[in-house]
Design a protein around this ligand. Structure first.
Ligand code: FES
Length: 116
């Protein structure tokens, strides 16, 4: 199918895992499959190397920002040294109200996942 990227076998995307497929980070948040564009809005870390927290949010591997995978919006700003910068987290959260991560649709055909 055009405009579709193969992710891999459905069995490989177990709950709590994230992997890259083209421009997307594709993950399984407690059984719910999602695809969001893979560059963090902070300093462009690859979100395909991130993790999924207990609330089902995608966590950036570099500075711990968290994203709602349904909306693409940042729900927690950059952590560590960046958390000490007044207003930085709020600014990035506001940015993703306007420019959230892009979202793709994950589909399964014959045991293989694709994102479109
Ligand atoms: S690059 Fe993602 S939080 Fe900094």
């Amino acid at each position: 199918m055009p405009n579709e990227v193969e992710v891999g076998p459905v069995a490989d995307l177990t709950p709590g895992t994230v992997q890259g497929a083209g421009r997307y980070a594709v993950g399984n948040a407690d059984g719910e499959l999602f695809a969001v564009t893979r560059r963090c809005r902070h300093l462009y870390a690859d979100l395909a190397d991130g993790s999924i927290d207990e609330a089902g949010c995608l966590t950036c591997p570099w500075h711990g920002s968290k994203y709602d995978v349904h909306t693409g919006r940042m729900v927690l700003g950059p952590q560590g040294i960046f958390a000490k910068i007044p207003g930085l987290g709020l600014a990035f959260k506001a940015l993703t109200l306007v420019v959230p991560l892009g979202r793709g649709r994950v589909v399964e055909r014959d045991g293989t996942l694709y994102v479109e």
